[in-house]
Design a protein around this ligand. Structure first.
Ligand SMILES: N[C@@H](CCC(=O)N[C@@H](CS)C(=O)NCC(=O)O)C(=O)O
Length: 208
């Protein structure tokens, strides 16, 4: 049985959505963020030393880091769905977006989040971070264009990875002006499997 160690309002929501798209059985162990610090409870470190979410266990295997989890689940349970064939040009695009989401897109989002917390003290950093937001979100917006998915014409692992980055950006007001990304996010949120993941996961303030 697959177990998702799920933290409220976190990246583990993308794993619930993926599992719903895959249609495989899974159970959830829920953790709540500290209401003051937003940190995960210490008990998550009993599952993986980093104490971050998501973490998935599948039998005696423990997989941490969402990109690794998405890839593991698709390779093991995807039955050739959600990932292009390795011999196609789409596969390179798939690799790019799979790694780009956490490796590049999340950085300006996290910096913007910390800027909010710094208040006045963070003012000197605004121009640099705003230019990184414009660079990365402009890039994603143009690359997506009018298409429905980031890779080819089908939902893939990259969409689970990128959707969280866009949701986090939207919650900070960073998506205004990036119409393709806003439209795309709306389409992802309409997917029945996405909605089922939300119902099973509970509180998720980012999926509006
Ligand atoms: N790049 C990692 C990030 C993991 C991460 O930072 N998760 C956040 C939730 S979105 C977390 O566990 N925060 C609670 C904490 O740091 O205590 C991934 O994609 O899995």
């Amino acid at each position: 049985m697959i177990t998702v160690h799920h933290l409220n309002n976190s990246r583990s929501q993308r794993i619930l959505w993926l599992l719903e798209e895959l249609g495989v059985d899974y159970e959830i162990v829920s953790y709540q963020r500290d209401t003051t610090t937003s940190l995960a409870p210490e008990s998550l470190k009993e599952v993986h030393p980093l104490g971050k979410s998501p973490v998935v266990t599948d039998g005696d295997r423990t997989v941490a880091e969402s990109g690794a989890i998405v890839e593991y689940l698709i390779r093991k349970y995807g039955r050739d769905r959600l990932m292009p064939n390795e011999d196609t040009p789409e596969f390179i695009s798939y690799l790019h977006w799979m790694h780009y989401a956490e490796g590049s897109a999340m950085l300006p989002v996290m910096l913007s989040l910390y800027l909010v917390r710094l208040g006045e003290a963070g003012k000197p950093l605004h121009p640099r971070i705003e230019s990184e937001v414009a660079n990365h979100f402009g890039y994603m917006n143009d690359a997506l264009g009018q298409r429905d998915f980031f890779v080819g014409n089908a939902l893939s692992g990259a969409d689970f990875q990128l959707t969280f980055a866009l949701e986090a950006a939207k919650s900070l007001g960073l998506l205004s002006g990036f119409e393709n990304l806003v439209r795309y996010l709306g389409k992802m949120h309409e997917r029945p499997a996405y909605r089922r993941g939300i119902e099973r996961g509970g509180q998720y303030d980012l999926g509006q």
